[in-house]
Write a protein that binds this ligand. Structure first.
Ligand code: ADP
Length: 357
């Protein structure tokens, strides 16, 4: 799956592996790990070994069909995501660097009392960079990145949910260091209710068991990242296990300016530093995803002022540059997607449970 971005420098091209479509490859054939760095230079034995991975004891008693399915969820990072690609969120970035990235890179130093948390939670409004951070963690720690949304486990693999959870962790153990990113984790680990379906209760129990098991072994290098827009739905058991709870908030003016700058940089524009500041202050309440939509909308301004005939014939370099007026018009069309009421929920939850900044 290739995502085309307005900003080509934001190195956001991820290819989703489709290993399962190759009929000639059976489950017992060799699995080529997409992770580029299989070597551990710091004296720890690597768990993954490409030639023997299918005979790996972790996969004993795991349905091969499930293993294949999980492998289809492996995402290969074609381009590295760096911290610079993520605007703002300095506190979250520093915390992650110290408590997650370094331990994954140097398990020999981060042991005992320095042992990293097994799980972290990224919570906040949609479109604020939670997924981006997950990808960045995987890139920066040279880990295999497993990305799965809770609805895939609960809806797509209906009836096989708990087996798939077990398979997910088993396959991740074979590909250490591994980062398992679970989007919408609230729907997997929500508070128990009377109406709760037997199958979702089983999935939840299995998930908590696996979460407790992951990283029990000293050599285990698996990090679980849960992301949610609805942290208030998580129950106590989930909150306790996802030790670091980081509020991924809406971007501040400086972060918004940084985003606009990066997004328009690859385009022809005449925006001064003052213009960028003006747009940043006028876009109060916009998420990162909203900022991207705003820039996309503004970038169409120069095209909209042309007739179809002109569009058909004009040389690409003759298209007029994007200007402040394009952004002022776009600000009337693209509105912030997060309400202030929703924001209050996050602030309250962060005060109560978050590792606040
Ligand atoms: P979430 O997982 O929080 O819903 P995403 O990480 O999927 O949000 O963000 C959606 C898009 O919005 C990203 O691909 C990126 O283009 C943009 N974006 C969001 N937050 C940021 C940020 N802090 N810095 C840079 N880009 C961002």
């Amino acid at each position: 799956k290739k995502q085309n971005n307005v900003n080509s420098s934001t190195s956001e091209t991820f290819i989703k592996k489709s290993l399962g479509v190759n009929k000639s490859r059976s489950v017992i054939s060799k699995f080529v790990n997409p992770s580029t760095n299989n070597q551990n230079h710091h004296g720890k034995d690597e768990v993954k070994n490409e030639s023997t991975i299918d005979e790996n004891p972790y996969l004993k008693n795991i349905d091969p069909k499930m293993v294949e399915m999980i492998r289809n969820e492996i995402i290969e990072c074609k381009n590295l995501i760096t911290w610079d690609d993520i605007s703002g969120l300095q506190f979250a970035k520093n915390t992650i660097q110290e408590s997650v990235i370094w331990p994954l890179l140097r398990p020999d130093i981060f042991k005992g009392i320095r042992r990293p948390p097994k799980g972290i939670l990224l919570f906040g409004p949609p479109g604020t960079g939670k997924t981006l951070i997950g990808k960045c963690i995987a890139s920066q720690s040279n880990s295999t990145f497993f990305s799965i949304s809770a609805s895939t486990i609960t809806s797509k693999w209906i009836g096989e949910g708990e087996k798939s959870v077990r398979a997910l962790f088993a396959v991740a153990r074979c590909h250490q260091p591994a980062v398992i990113f679970i989007d919408e984790i609230d729907s997997l680990l929500c508070q128990r209710s009377e109406q709760e379906h037997e199958s979702s209760r089983k999935i939840k129990t299995e998930f908590l068991i696996q979460l407790d098991g992951a990283g029990t072994n000293d050599d285990d290098r698996i990090l679980i990242i849960g992301a949610t827009n609805r942290p208030q739905e998580l129950d106590e058991a989930a909150r306790r296990r996802l030790v670091k709870k980081l509020y991924i908030r809406l971007p501040d003016p400086q972060a918004r300016k940084d985003m606009i700058k990066k997004l328009v940089d690859s385009e022809n524009h005449v925006l001064s530093d003052d213009d960028l500041e003006k747009i940043a202050s006028l876009s109060n309440g916009y998420s990162g995803a909203d900022m991207k939509s705003l820039c996309q909308e503004a970038s169409l301004g120069p095209i909209r002022s042309m007739s179809f005939d002109m569009i058909n014939n004009i040389e690409a370099d003759q298209v007029r540059p994007i200007n402040l007026q394009d952004f002022l018009s776009a600000l009337k069309i693209v509105m912030p997607s997060v309400s202030s009421e929703d924001l209050n929920h996050y602030v309250t939850w962060n005060d109560k449970f978050g590792c606040s900044d």
